[in-house]
Design a protein around this ligand. Structure first.
Ligand code: ZN
Length: 169
């Protein structure tokens, strides 16, 4: 089922999402619907608050649209290590349509999470996947990629957000 995506200006995107404690069918269904919504968009990541559920879960898949075999589902994710090296890459967000900005982030991370059964796992990732995971984890803390844009670009961005969404928050 395709879920409606909450757009910039919606309060839920600014809330800290709650830890997931019930690993049940409902959670599985939510993850499945989120993946479907992400592929349909199309996007490479989607966090639960973006579909109106304030819980610590995100899905990600950076492979091509035809090859849907690298779906990651992370429940209660936590970054336990960041690389010292950083790089800059353009980001966008399904909740902030038509806005793309360069964001500086660590190139690699080590991330701890649970699967849909509540089992722990750890991943060490870099490049686009690491960036995607950081962007999605930010969503669980009410942080949007536009918050991470700094310098002179910030004021231009703010007026663009105001113009496109009628609000800056
Ligand atoms: Zn996003």
């Amino acid at each position: 089922m395709i879920l409606p995506v909450k757009i910039y200006g919606n309060e839920i995107l600014r809330k800290k999402a709650e830890k997931i404690t019930d690993f049940n069918e409902e959670l599985e269904k939510l993850a499945k619907n989120m993946a479907e919504t992400m592929y349909k968009a199309p996007g490479i990541g989607l966090a639960a608050p973006q579909v109106g559920v304030s819980k610590r879960l995100f899905v990600a898949d950076i492979s091509t649209q035809e090859k849907k075999d690298k779906l990651y589902i992370l429940v209660n994710p936590e970054i336990i290590e960041f690389s010292e090296d950083k790089d800059k890459m353009e980001e966008g967000c399904l909740s902030i349509p038509n806005v793309y900005e360069n964001v500086i982030r660590p190139i690699g991370i080590k991330i701890k999470a649970q699967n849909l059964k509540g089992e722990d796992f750890t991943l060490t990732v870099e490049g686009l996947l690491a960036r995607c995971f950081q962007h999605e984890l930010d969503h669980l803390n009410g942080i949007l990629f536009v918050d991470r844009v700094s310098g002179f670009k910030k004021s231009i961005l703010k007026s663009k957000l105001k113009k496109n969404f009628g609000v800056v928050y």
